[in-house]
Each structure stands twice: as structure tokens, then as C-alpha cells.
Design a protein around this ligand. Sequence first.
Ligand SMILES: NC(=O)c1ccc[n+]([C@@H]2O[C@H](COP(=O)([O-])OP(=O)(O)OC[C@H]3O[C@@H](n4cnc5c(N)ncnc54)[C@H](OP(=O)(O)O)[C@@H]3O)[C@@H](O)[C@H]2O)c1
Length: 333
Amino acid sequence: MAVAVDKFDLLFDEIVRQFTSFSEAFAIVGAIYTTHKTFNIIHGCYRAIYVYGAPRLRGRPNLVSRYGRWALVTGCTDGIGKSYAQELASYGMNIILISRSSDKLLKCSEDLERQFGIETLTVTADFSQGRAIYTMIEQEIKDKEIGILVNNVGVMYYPENLHEMNMDRIFQLINVNVTAATVMSRIVLPQMVERGSGAIVNLSAATSIRPSPQLAVYTATKTYLDYLAQALQYEYADKGITVQSLMPCFVATKTSQYGGDVQSPGYFIPSASLYAKSALQTLGVTSRTTGYWPHQLQFYIVEMLPKSVWLWCTNIVNSAIKRKIKAGQQKKK
Ligand SMILES: NC(=O)c1ccc[n+]([C@@H]2O[C@H](COP(=O)([O-])OP(=O)(O)OC[C@H]3O[C@@H](n4cnc5c(N)ncnc54)[C@H](OP(=O)(O)O)[C@@H]3O)[C@@H](O)[C@H]2O)c1
């Protein structure tokens, strides 16, 4: 051996031989990686066509016979909830509207009845109050066959570090974003199980796939909703119940105006009505989706970003929003 390595040409040959086998190993790893990525892209394209294209071709399903006569939407006097209620009504479903402002509820109910010739039931409840409201809600809806529950109600806040957040605000956020969906699902599930049909939709958010510094509580509550939906889907699928996690990116509503700029709808930031129309078409087709295909593209990009890059970027954006809001507040003073 000593003779072999002492001779340069033999040593060189040996290195080249080793290198060739390393190259082969690298080539195999590269081929596996490329195949995996190619498969993911093809699978992603197939899923996009299946989820967003195929339902349009199949036409409008009969939601009443598939799920039940009534749909219940929480937080339904504005934004996505209001549009989701309108969309469900356009399929002939009666609507239970639960929100906190009686006057807005009355207006929504009258509009829905007039426009779609359906029945409505309104329940005024402030979900930030926690446990106190649910006995009343249960009583109000007890005779209704609830086919679809849309756990839409949710609140957002300006970027803030946790130690600066008001204590009451924290409890309100958790009550509205987490408790409402959990308890409302608990209330409607027994009748869905008994009938062997029904659907629950949780409004999570695309941002829930990554933590967001300075919006820590919001994104954590949305991740909770996503996980709740995924686990319930598994638990209740064999009982004929569909549970869907909807994870939108920006939709042009009050929530998405938290940075102070009024978002006008565009291709990547749809209006609430366009979003609701697209999202409802995915119900029964997929159990976890952004609900709108340009959002799906954004979702894939965020998923591909390394977590450290995402955390860094989000922190910078949220700090800038915070500074802008503080400057605006000081100007007003
Ligand atoms: N918009 C987005 O870009 C976006 C993105 C991802 C996820 N989401 C999620 O989608 C859901 C709907 O968002 P959105 O943008 O449509 O919201 P929005 O426009 O602010 O509307 C929220 C609705 O909930 C009601 N509400 C708020 N607090 C309530 C409470 N304590 N009790 C009862 N009702 C209450 C509001 O009633 P009032 O009319 O009386 O205020 C309103 O009807 C939320 O869960 C949100 O987190 C939104």
C-alpha cells in the first residue's frame, strides 16, 4: 500500500476512481431529489385542477340533500362570513346567522330572505364573552337540522409583542378565535352524527403554517383551528361528516386592512364574495385548502421558504406596520 500511494500516478488513479463512485452516489441522490420534486409539482398541478377546476365542470351540488336543510354561519354580518352566508343561501339553504350586532343581523337576514327566498334565524351573541353565551345559542338552534356549520368568526389585531398586549384582549381573542369554533362544533356534532351527514368548515388562515412574530397569538389560534379541523375530519369521516380547514391568504375585508391601508380587491386579494364562491366549491372535494387557487400558489411559495427566512421577513413587515400605526396615532393626537 505504501508503494501504491508513494507513486503519484497510482495515487491519482485511486482518487479519480473514488471520485467517480462519489459522483455516481451524488448522481443517484440528485436523481431521487429531482424525481421527488417533479412528482410534487405534478401532484400539486393535479390537485389544483381537481380542487378548483373539476367542481366547476360538475355544476352546483344539492347541498340541502347532501348535508341538511340549515347552514349556520358565525360572524356573518361582514366580510367572508356574510358572503359565505349569501353563497349558501344561493344553493337554497336556510341560514342561521350568529353575530354580535343586532341591527346588522336584521339587515342581513332581510336581504337574504328577499334575495333568495329562504328562511333565516338570527341569534345575537358576542363570542368574546366566552362560556356564558352557549346555553342560549344551543336553545335557539335546537330544533334546526344543521347541515353545514361555518366557524367563521375571528378577530385580528395590530402587530404587538405579547408583553404589551392587554390581558382582556388576549382572553377575547382566544374566546372568539378558538373557543367559538370548538364549542359550536361540539353543539352541532351530535345531530350530525345521528343523521350521518353534515359539514363543518373552520376559517383558519394560510399564515398558520408558519409562526408570525408580533402576531403570535393570532397565528397560534389559526393553527389551532387547522389542527382541530384535521383531527375532526379523521374522527368523523366514517360517520358521514366532512370537516374542512379553510386557509385563505389576504381577502379584501376589514381584517386584511389591519395595516391601515384599504385593500382594493385584485387577483391575489379577492373580494369576500369571490373568495366565498370559490371556497364553497371546494367543500366535499378537499379537507384542507386555501379555497382560492391564486392563494394556493402563494401557499406553496410560503411552504417552500425556509422557516428562518419567513420569521425574519414577517418580523420586518410587522415592525413596519407597527411603526406606521404608531405614527398615525401620534399624528391624530
Ligand atoms: N380577510 C382576510 O384576509 C383573512 C385571511 C385569513 C383568514 N381570515 C379569517 O376569516 C374569518 C373572517 O374574516 P373577515 O376578514 O371576513 O372578518 P371581518 O370582515 O372583520 O368580519 C368579521 C365578522 O365577525 C363578527 N364578529 C367579530 N367579533 C365578533 C364577536 N366577538 N362576536 C360575534 N361576532 C363577531 C363581525 O361582526 P361586526 O360586523 O359586528 O363587526 C363580522 O360580522 C376570520 O376568522 C379571519 O381570521 C381572514
